[in-house]
Design a protein around this ligand. Structure first.
Ligand code: ADP
Length: 487
């Protein structure tokens, strides 16, 4: 649909854009990204025929842009720029109707039923129908933005050029507008080329994107390739991190503020631990980066409080997460800040230890009930039965872990735990073989993300060795304590 070949252009003889080449396919939602002054708006002006192509070529539908008349371009290309609304004083409906102008032969005379239907439809799609008799000057920035989008859509263009369409829009309208553009691009083969300042929105909606840097193309590619941490850091000269979106396969970039981690240095150890009849709790002075499988706060996150709650071995509840959240609140823990686990083991049967190296330390806390022990290699012989008896393992790391080290910590801890099952001769009652754990074990890895950076945590790395030793020792003691009570 659009083909740009070695194009240069700008405002005077000096080109703002230099040697730019890319293609946009029919029905594509194509993003244009880049820092301020990189030439995004200039590119849009060249594509809409406002600025001349000084060198190279721009083709629309296979024909050179210069070979189209102004009216032909206006029928084909709609532009929604940042400053569309400066000096108009029309009603909303009149403003939207102007979008039909390029399709008119002699303005009011040829206004027909189809034109009316089209403007009513686009006003409804952009959510401005109820405003149609209002003066455009009375509207909020977001409302105006939607009116001008309606005007652009009323034009029934084949190409829509947008300069930051979500500017002025609140979150829900940003989403609605981009959903609408996406639907239009797919259903009506509308080719959308849009400038985005919000890299995350661009990553969510664009099929492909172009990244401009000082008037030249850095890359044209799919979002996952363009939104690379290093590339964005270099082009935008700022510290960012890339992470996956929790629901869809789109990259998301997050800023790293300078005031990050200016908190005082903390060390997690037994001084922060509280043990009562009802629970074991650890309260950290700062939020810790966590990976866990708890009843509350499971998955990956940042949490400050950690609660391992004792429940009766007959505990049964239809919504145990809700019940646990209530329990936490009653006991002064904010559920949104807390990782919460449950166990039938008595809190006083906990085992904990601090293991230190010069550069970092870990604090491990374990409760271990094993009446529900299972041999993982024979678990298919078990029918599902949620028996009490759980090993809950907490590993606090006073150091900074990579994502990989978090995952390896879980593996290393699990291997150490299995070995305790063997040395303590914990038997799977169904199979009669040595168990490897229980069916409801939970684990927490929580790191201060301060101090030394720890890249790996396999069994024979420095951190892995501490975890192996501490988990092995604590699990052994915890099993012995809970067994003693059972007898
Ligand atoms: P972006 O949209 O990426 O912020 P622009 O395309 O607006 O960047 O601007 C690119 C460069 O062109 C900037 O250096 C800017 O100063 C220059 N520029 C923009 N508009 C004009 C203009 N009307 N006349 C002369 N130079 C301009």
């Amino acid at each position: 649909m659009i083909k740009v070949q070695h194009a240069s252009g700008g405002y005077t003889n000096e080109s703002v854009l230099r040697n730019v080449s890319f293609e946009v396919g029919t029905g594509e939602l194509f993003g244009v990204l880049g820092p301020n002054g990189s030439g995004k708006t200039t590119l849009l002006k060249i594509l809409s025929g406002i600025l001349p192509v000084q060198e190279g070529e721009v083709f629309i539908k296979g024909k050179r842009l210069q070979e189209y008349s102004t009216k032909e371009i206006a029928r084909m290309v709609a532009v929604l720029s940042q400053h569309s609304w400066q000096s108009f004083s029309y009603t909303v409906k009149e403003t939207v109707s102007l979008g039909r102008y390029a399709h008119q032969h002699g303005w009011f005379q040829s206004w027909n039923k189809e034109d009316e239907e089209i403007i009513q439809r686009v006003m409804s799609q952009t959510g401005v129908s109820t405003l149609q008799n209002k003066n455009i000057q009375e509207l909020s920035g977001g409302e105006k933005q939607r009116v001008f989008l309606a005007q652009a859509l009323a034009q029934e263009p084949e190409i829509l050029l947008l300069d930051e369409p979500t500017n002025h829009l609140d979150l829900s309208y940003q989403k609605e507008l981009l959903d609408l553009l996406k639907t239009w691009s797919v259903e009506n083969d509308l080719t959308v080329l849009s400038i985005f300042h919000d890299l995350n929105l661009a990553g969510l909606y664009c099929d492909r994107m172009l990244l401009l840097e000082n008037g030249s193309i850095n890359i044209v590619h799919v979002p996952n390739e363009v939104l690379k941490e290093e590339r964005i850091q270099n082009v935008f000269h700022t510290d960012i991190k890339k992470q996956p979106h929790p629901k869809v396969a789109a990259p998301q970039m997050v800023l790293l503020p300078n005031h990050e981690r200016v908190e005082k240095t903390v060390r997690i150890d037994k001084d922060l631990l509280a043990i009562s009849e009802e629970y074991i709790a650890l309260s950290s002075p700062i939020a810790l980066r966590t990976m866990s499988s708890g009843v509350i706060g499971s998955g990956v996150g940042w949490y400050q409080k950690f609660v391992n709650r004792h429940v009766d071995k007959n505990y049964n509840c239809s919504d145990h997460r809700l019940e646990m959240a209530d329990f936490l609140k009653v006991n002064g823990f904010e559920p949104a800040e807390t990782v919460g686990m449950m166990t039938a083991v008595f809190p006083e049967d906990v085992a904990y230890t601090l293991c230190e190296l010069d550069s970092f330390s870990i604090f491990v806390v374990v409760t271990a009930g094993v009446s529900n022990a299972v041999d993982a290699s024979k678990s298919d012989l078990h029918s599902f039965e949620n028996l009490p008896g759980t090993i809950n393992t907490w590993i606090f790391v006073n150091g900074e872990l990579t994502e990989e080290a978090f995952i390896q910590s879980i593996m290393t801890a699990t291997e150490a735990k299995c070995k305790v099952m063997e040395s303590q001769k914990v038997i799977d009652k169904v199979t009669g073989t040595i168990a490897t754990g229980t069916s409801t074990d939970s684990i927490l890895i929580a790191a201060t993300q301060q101090g030394n950076s720890i890249e790996f945590s396999g069994t024979i790395t420095p951190l892995g060795k501490l975890i192996s030793k501490a988990v092995y020792e604590c699990t052994t003691i915890a099993i012995q304590k809970s067994r003693k009570r059972m007898r």
